[in-house]
Design a protein around this ligand. Structure first.
Ligand code: GLU
Length: 486
């Protein structure tokens, strides 16, 4: 069987759209699950869209996501060059071959004639399509014009009747009437190929067996097919994937700052989680499991699980998946990622950051949530008495005041050198036993007093140990004052 070769053919636009990254991922998975090659080809011929440094964004993102290519501009390979603009000289001879085979023709129509045609169509309310004027020129006429140096383009000879059918793995057979297709330009006046032509020739020359791309290319696929047929080349397997939408009506767009891989990195998501989530956009695994590493995806991914309806990007689901990946990080890795976020809020040097990390890890969904979760360590926020009222903990303002007042001497009695979680815990539990109350009656008011919050990483004991004796007592005193004030 022929070796599977897939390609990712991005245009360097300066950012990696999530939809493109998903195409890269699917393409990579198909290659790897068939022991095939994954090829990177940069399609940079649209110079107007060209952005400096954009190719590096592609390299960097693919590498970061683990999508290592087997052949590409930077590492070379047997069918290079892998940058389309460096291949430009190669295409014309293929077009001339088609002319010789009677599958394409020289067209000498100048701009003026085409403009008149367009204006005519517009006036008659028809969509413009080239009228195939030069298709019937005789060999002699063509030769004379070529000899005279008349500028020309080369156009594809689309059958004037009948239908063309192409097969897409996802959409099945799609049939189009040939009359709907224009004799598209293959080679422009400057001798350079059009994008559609270069794309087909490149895929063939690079031995590509599977083409995965966005379904905005679905409409061009019949013309591509006719080209393969005209050359007598084997048509690759097509898989056109649906768009990724923000909601039912809107595509994910760059403008909204939520469409690119970089946007998601800036929002504090882990690379592995993003790759995992992107795989699920438009693809449904066979079983219930949705958490897959890249290696697992290679085994699990199946093009038959792809969906024909647009995938909606769901930040909540991404967040849930991200949280699972964060839980699985080693404490060291977690600390490496989390510390810069903790440090945005916690500037105190006397705080044990690794302890904050161990308290935070299980409750981190995205790293960007961290600064707000730990801001109370540096400075007790303003808070209201109502935080002391907790039904489940059985606390109200009165018994909270009583609790805090009874906690003060207990904490004061702990030696500075013994100020640690274990001692604080034991002493507080002695107090609880002595008073014969539920744990919450003591612990809840203390937690509110030291944090000024309803929800914190760690409880009263851990926070008190972290902020130290003096600060704890100061915060408890503030709580007492607040509760006393009516
Ligand atoms: N260069 C095209 C794009 O970035 C890819 C088209 C294709 O994969 O055939 O949209």
């Amino acid at each position: 069987m022929k070796k599977v070769r897939t390609r990712f053919a991005p245009s360097p636009t300066g950012y990696m759209h999530i939809g493109n990254l998903r195409t890269a991922l699917f393409t990579y998975l198909i290659a790897k699950q068939n022991d095939g090659d994954f090829i990177l080809r940069i399609e940079d011929t649209d110079r107007e869209r060209y952005v400096e440094g954009a190719v590096d964004v592609i390299y960097k993102t693919l590498k970061q996501c683990g999508l290592q290519w087997d052949e590409g501009p930077d590492i070379g390979g047997p069918v290079g060059p892998y940058v389309q603009s460096e291949r430009m000289g190669m295409f014309k001879k293929y077009a001339v071959d088609l002319v010789d085979k009677g599958e394409a023709y020289y067209c000498f129509c100048d701009k003026e004639r085409l403009d008149t045609l367009k204006a005519q169509c517009e006036a008659e309310g028809r969509t413009y399509s080239y009228d195939r004027h030069c298709r019937c020129l005789s060999c002699e006429e063509v030769k004379a014009k070529l000899d005279a140096g008349t500028p020309y383009v080369i156009r594809q000879k689309i059958p004037t009747e009948g239908q063309v059918t192409f097969h897409d793995e996802l959409y099945g057979d799609i049939t189009v009437d040939c009359t709907e297709l224009e004799d598209q330009i293959l080679i422009k006046t400057d001798g350079m190929p059009t994008y559609n032509f270069a794309n087909v020739v490149d895929d063939h020359l690079m031995g590509i067996t599977h083409v995965v791309r966005g379904n905005e290319y679905l409409a061009s696929a019949p013309k591509y097919n006719l080209l393969y047929k005209a050359f007598g080349w084997e048509v690759p397997t097509y898989i056109h994937v649906e768009h990724i939408m923000k909601d039912k009506q809107h595509k994910l767009s760059k403008r909204d700052g939520d469409a690119s891989f970089e946007d998601l990195m800036n929002k504090g998501y882990l690379t592995e989680a993003v790759v995992n989530y992107i795989a699920l956009l438009g693809w449904a695994p066979k079983g219930e499991e949705e958490i897959f590493t890249l290696d697992e995806l290679i085994k699990e991914f199946d093009i038959h699980g792809l969906s024909k309806s647009p995938a909606i990007f769901d930040p909540l689901k991404l967040t849930a998946i991200n949280a699972k990946y964060i839980k699985k990080l080693t404490p060291e890795k977690y600390m490496e990622y989390a510390t810069p976020y903790i440090r945005q809020s916690v500037k105190r040097e006397d705080i044990d950051i690794s302890r904050i990390c161990s308290l935070l890890q299980d409750r981190t969904e995205v790293f960007t949530d961290i600064p707000e979760k730990v801001d109370f360590f540096d400075k007790l926020p303003e808070y209201g008495k109502e935080l002391y009222v907790h039904k489940k903990m059985k606390t109200n303002e009165e018994n909270s005041l009583e609790a805090l007042e009874s906690i003060v001497p207990v904490l004061q009695g702990i030696d500075d050198k013994d100020w640690n979680e274990e001692t604080i815990h034991d002493k507080l539990f002695e107090l609880i036993a002595q008073k014969g109350v539920k744990n919450g009656v003591i612990m809840w008011p203390l937690r509110v007093a030291v944090s000024g919050k309803m929800s914190t990483p760690g409880g009263a004991v851990e926070i008190a140990a972290l902020i130290g004796k003096a600060d704890t007592l100061e915060r408890v005193a503030k709580g007492i004052e607040l509760l006393k004030n009516n």
